[in-house]
Design a protein around this ligand. Structure first.
Ligand code: IVH
Length: 708
């Protein structure tokens, strides 16, 4: 036993975390030696001392208890995965520009928003867009205390221990504010990626598709000793939460980052205007292939921090930055055949089975073909030599056949779906009739719940990363549990443990399962029986309801009951509920119709009720959603009208800021209006407010009210 151990009372959180890491490994080693190898390495009393020290540290830092802590290992298997971290300042994405005009428009929007004249300069910084994964690094009193992945932007995963293995990460920085969050990109160089894949291949392990996947896979290792063997690099480029200002401009911030010891991309340049920024784009683009790491564009950021603050955010991206993407990378290859897959809503989607080809550093063997009409329009045929392209995160696409080559036979969906000797199209998975409805582009399997692929796809979606995120319930296990009759509906997932008990623990005897992995799965399920409303909505897999729409619905209706009741009331298209639903941003009559249709089905309502009941039996619940960043604001939920000319901001800026604080900005004054804010020359709306007795605020009153 080591004697020089610092007293538990003196440990900093970071030291405690490292010590818990060490103890977990050490205790596991002794457990193995004792239980498995029957060859204890230390005396029982010394072993007990290790366990006690682990428990004492955990008692002082309960938030640091590792998912695989020795204290939890007794009886129960460790829960899988990383601790979740809520970002103090959300981690956003960037709007994209593809053409030079998009960049000019971006600058125009900035000017209009800030009320600048057409010839007022808007200085920017141009820097490469690194193709890695973004992370947030938190420093308190100059010490690195926590690092997290972006996750969904609001909530990421705690990868502190893994980040500590990066040579580029400053662990202690001098002259930093009390709280400082630095954001940046973890990436793998092309050379390190190739070397890693060579090692993986030699060891018979799975290969990574590209440097970004390799970086992500390496950072998300549950065992930081594995991460330590992977060469990961880091560029810093943005700010999260700070306790005091650190610079007045992005350029000065980058300089400060360098002084603090961060790596800042050496190609970053200050630009006086859009023309200079575009020159950087062309120069960086020309040198792209020769860079030691992958980039997929150039990011332009408005330099002045006070302007960034005023410009603020829209949805998930800042108004003060834009990513100017490089064109998609293309390659030629042979289209071996066109295959069909069945999606969770029964849509039969054609896809291209390709001779594997390297497209800008990524090996592509499959590409989507969207639908029959798209194939006909591009005239894509099996056997063709085709052009394949890949743009950033987008799934690879087939652009079309290479001209002047011998052609195969034209593709027909009916022919593909009709079995030899058959007289109609069928689902390739379940044999039910396949139909293409009038006015639709997609073919669809009519099998509904009897189609095992549809049912499994729905469950896979339900348990997937952006939905319920249940570790261990991927495609393979779900298909198996479905076949065995354990899981047919989402609710069955949460009663799986009961079902298995009733079945005399049969699961653990299936090949490849075992007691430990079954227990792990139960733990993972229990862990996710408490879930946010937005994930819950998204997980239901309602047609046209993706993540963004789910988020909007959650924020609008706040809790499950209100949402469900509103969706049922909206079945009447004359109702207020329908008007309210279709007034939500990006929810038009088509999406609203799908929502209403979903709730019109008794079996869907029943499935939700069963699901919630099963989650609650495990101690879980569907958590209420909060309006983003708006809770506690004096104007949250208030209806506000702006009128007249404002002196300190444009109308657009006033509206954006009010909405960010949770207010509803409306166009005309009524009895329901809470405030009318009047600038110079207010006109009839101010008179209307006076008549209706609505409080009339000056611009300064308003600024005071929102605390500016
Ligand atoms: S700034 C508030 N700068 O691009 C905006 N992002 O599409 C913060 N990225 O999630 C992002 N290089 O992962 C910024 N120089 C750069 C970047 C960069 C890569 C990534 C980042 C972000 C994504 C947005």
């Amino acid at each position: 036993m080591s004697t020089a151990e610092p007293s538990v009372d003196n440990l900093t959180p970071l030291e405690a975390r490292l010590e818990l890491d060490r103890l977990a490994a050490e205790i596991a080693r002794h457990d193995r030696a004792y239980h498995v190898e029957d060859r204890p390495l230390i005396a029982d009393a010394d072993y007990d001392a290790l366990v006690r020290r682990n428990a004492a540290i955990e008692a002082r830092f309960p938030e640091l208890v590792r998912p695989d802590s020795p204290s939890r290992r007794v009886g129960a298997a460790p829960a899988e995965g990383f601790r979740r971290v809520r970002h103090a300042v959300p981690m956003l994405s960037l709007d994209n520009a593809f053409a030079e005009e998009d960049v000019q428009e971006f600058v125009g929007r900035v000017r209009r928003f800030l009320g600048l004249a057409a010839d007022d300069p808007v200085a920017m910084v141009a820097e490469p867009k690194i193709d890695g994964l973004s992370i947030s690094l938190r420093y308190e009193n100059g010490r690195f205390v926590q690092g997290a992945t972006r996750g969904d932007g609001t909530e990421g995963e705690d990868v502190t221990l893994n980040l500590l293995t990066l040579a580029d990460l400053p662990k202690i920085i001098a002259g930093a504010p009390r709280v400082l969050e630095v954001r940046g990109e973890v990436y793998m160089t092309k050379a390190d990626f190739l070397a890693l894949n060579r090692r993986q291949e030699a060891a018979g392990e799975k290969l990574f598709a590209n440097p970004r996947n390799a970086a992500a896979g390496s950072l998300r290792q549950l065992d930081s000793r594995v991460t330590a063997t992977r060469a990961l690099s880091l560029f810093a480029y943005a700010l999260g939460e700070v306790s005091e200002p650190v610079a007045d401009s992005h350029w000065h911030f980058l300089e400060r980052l360098k002084l603090w010891g961060f790596k800042v991309n050496p190609l970053a340049r200050p630009c006086a205007d859009a023309d200079q920024a575009l020159a950087v784009y062309r120069e960086v683009g020309d040198g792209r292939a020769a860079l030691p790491y992958d980039i997929d564009g150039v990011v332009y950021k408005v330099d002045r921090f006070d302007w960034q603050g005023r410009l603020g955010f829209k949805d998930r991206s800042p108004r003060w930055a834009i990513a100017h993407k490089f064109p998609a990378e293309q390659a030629r290859t042979r289209l071996k055949s066109i295959e069909i897959s069945v999606g969770r809503t029964g849509v039969l989607t054609p896809w291209a089975d390709l001779e594997p080809v390297n497209v800008g550093g990524v090996v592509v063997a499959r590409a989507t073909l969207h639908n029959e009409d798209d194939i006909a329009r591009k005239d894509i045929r099996a056997g063709d030599l085709v052009i394949v392209q890949r743009a950033g995160d987008v799934i690879p696409q087939v652009v079309g056949p290479v001209a002047g080559q011998p052609r195969g036979e034209a593709f027909s969906m009916v022919a593909k779906l009709t079995p030899p000797g058959g007289d109609h199209a069928v689902c390739p998975e379940c044999g039910s009739h396949a139909v293409r409805d009038e006015g639709e582009v997609a073919w669809r399997c009519t099998g509904g719940l009897v189609c095992p692929t549809q049912a499994t796809e729905r469950l896979i979606h339900f348990a997937s990363r952006d939905a319920f995120d249940i570790e261990g319930l991927g495609e393979k296990n779900l298909a198996f549990l479905r076949e065995q009759g354990y899981i047919r509906t989402p609710a069955d997932i949460f009663t799986l443990e009961d079902a298995d008990r009733a079945n005399l623990h049969k699961l653990e005897n299936f090949p490849g399962w075992g007691k430990r992995s079954v227990q792990k799965l139960f733990d993972a399920i229990r862990l996710r029986s408490r879930i946010g409303l937005e994930r819950f909505i998204y997980a239901l897999g309602i047609r046209q309801v993706g993540e963004a729409t789910a988020k909007r619905l959650a924020r609008h209706y706040h809790n499950l009951d209100r949402w469900r009741d509103a969706m049922m009331a909206a079945a009447d298209r004359e109702s207020e509920a329908w008007a309210d639903l279709t007034a939500i941003e990006d929810i038009g009559p088509s999406v609203a119709g799908d929502l209403v249709d979903f709730f019109a089905e008794e079996h869907n309502r029943q499935a939700i009720a069963d699901l919630v009941a099963a989650m609650e039996r495990l101690g879980g619940t569907v958590e209420e959603a909060q309006a983003l960043g708006a809770s506690g604001s004096a104007v949250a939920g208030k209806a506000v009208v702006f009128t007249g000319t404002l002196a300190t901001m444009t109308r657009q800026e006033a509206k954006a800021r009010a909405e960010a604080l949770g207010a509803k900005v409306v166009g005309s004054v009524s009895k329901k209006t809470d405030y009318v804010v009047a600038g110079a020359d207010p006109g009839s709306k101010a008179a209307e407010a006076a008549k209706l007795g609505v409080p009339l605020l000056s611009e300064q009153d308003w600024l005071d009210l929102i605390g500016r």
